[in-house]
Design a protein around this ligand. Sequence first.
Ligand code: FES
Length: 580
Amino acid sequence: MADNHKTGAQALRSARWFAPDDLRAFGHRSRAMQMGYAPEEWKGRPVIAILNTWSDAQPCHMHFKSRVDDVKRGVLMAGGFPMELPALSLSESLLKPTTMLYRNLLAMDAEELLRGHPVDGVVLMGGCDKTTPALLLGATSMNLPAIYLPAGPMLRGNWKGKTLGSGSDAWKYWDERRAGRISDKDWVGVEAGIARSYGTCMTMGTASTMTAIAESIGMTLSGASSIPAADSGHIRMASECGRRIVEMVWEDLTPRKIQTRQAFENAIAVAMAMGCSTNAIIHLIAQARRAGQDIGLDDFEKASRKVPVIANVRPSGDKYLMEDFYYAGGLPGLMGRIRNHLHLDCLTVTGRTLGENIAGAEVYNDDVIRSVENPIYAEGALAVLKGNLAPDGCVIKPSACEPRFLKHTGTALVFDDYPSMKKATDDPNLDVTADHVLILRNAGPQGGPGMPEWGMLPIPAKLVKQGVRDMVRLSDARMSGTSYGACILHVSPESYIGGPLALVKNGDKITLDVAARSINLDVGEAELKKRRAEWKQPETRYARGYGWMFTRHIKQANEGCDFDFLETSFGAPVGEPSIF
Ligand code: FES
């Protein structure tokens, strides 16, 4: 054992299960031997949980089935004892009605898997959108030494020699098809070429945003989040995670020592420079609250005003994808360029500071990772708007919408649910212009429920045929990080619980001014009071089960959408399980 070891073998948490000379420990040891392990393989060694979110329904994590063996190799090499624990796999593409309904379920799964098993540290294997925040939420609450292994982005898409980006090109070519500009055969070609390998979406969607955030908070090895899933460097990184977590157990390097307020400020600055997904806000607020840090919308707003978007990656950028970002120097290269906005003395899972991790980081392509003097967008990626329509805030991604909508007054066209909105927008005779404000309500945390990614409402078919590709859309929903357009999201409080969005009627005027960070409904207070008195809450969608519990305990978007009873401030800390 090296001198810097703070934890001795007798003090290992797993020793509570395996070391005592009693009947229960006899059972634990004999069952380990049932699996073919000799005592020499676990005695005095850190037991490392590997939370693996592989499943047959999870295309982004296909490689985790074999990658877990690389982690185990690293754990064994460093003198640990690996224990793979399958965790709920949240596939963004296949799980319905929305993965956000289940983020907190995976967070609970992770926390309780760690609490109930004889483990001393954990490697968290995730990447597809909600898996990253969910695993980190659970691990933060449990606070055992933890390292995050990002799945890595998939390879660039390709169709007829053209590069395709996850999500973004699906929306784009779908509109082309609706406009009759590409054939059915072309559409099938796009379908076959847009996801060419295992790994997460390779645009700067929620997956790449959240794994970059995990790295900038200090929860991954340096550079880990940018490595493409299919690159052999990803295998080596997996093995290194296994080696490093064993050392972290001996060093007692826990998430709360890493996840300070400054670490979250670093993550927010990096998110802005990356041109991040709007979903980052919700997940980061939830994670900060788990870590006991008071982070809110104002922190995003402050960073948004000073950190430019320098990652020229779609959808905020116009050309490149995550594979290009990796070749250009990856996240260490980007962090090196915004080092003046970072707290370089923050500790990371490497045992070194962020500043030490990125010392000497280089950028190899100045068009992919721009300099701060030549950004792709001078202000941050996100803007938080407030006003009488969203007293607790809402969010827009100015870097991904047509500039003419940054200051706009339009007439409201309101829909109370997705099916009626879809039917209307497909109607060639819909009474709508490109200046209208399309509104979808009852799509928030309780109303969805689960706040589905419906916020990029489809442009009405009639306007698509006229060549319109963007218009103002407003909802209490989220949108995919790969989406784009003048979409105002996360309106809080949500309409389902009677937020002002519930009071809007067709024909009302709505004014948004991104520079002033405002959004307002141009209707007098007396009329709003009358409408409020007449408003009735829609019926709940779930009368039993998980959905029922979700609706009762989910918090609003500006508070991170955690369950109230999972927040660190709720009740008293949970102790270690009894072993009798
Ligand atoms: Fe898994 Fe996009 S669908 S990351």
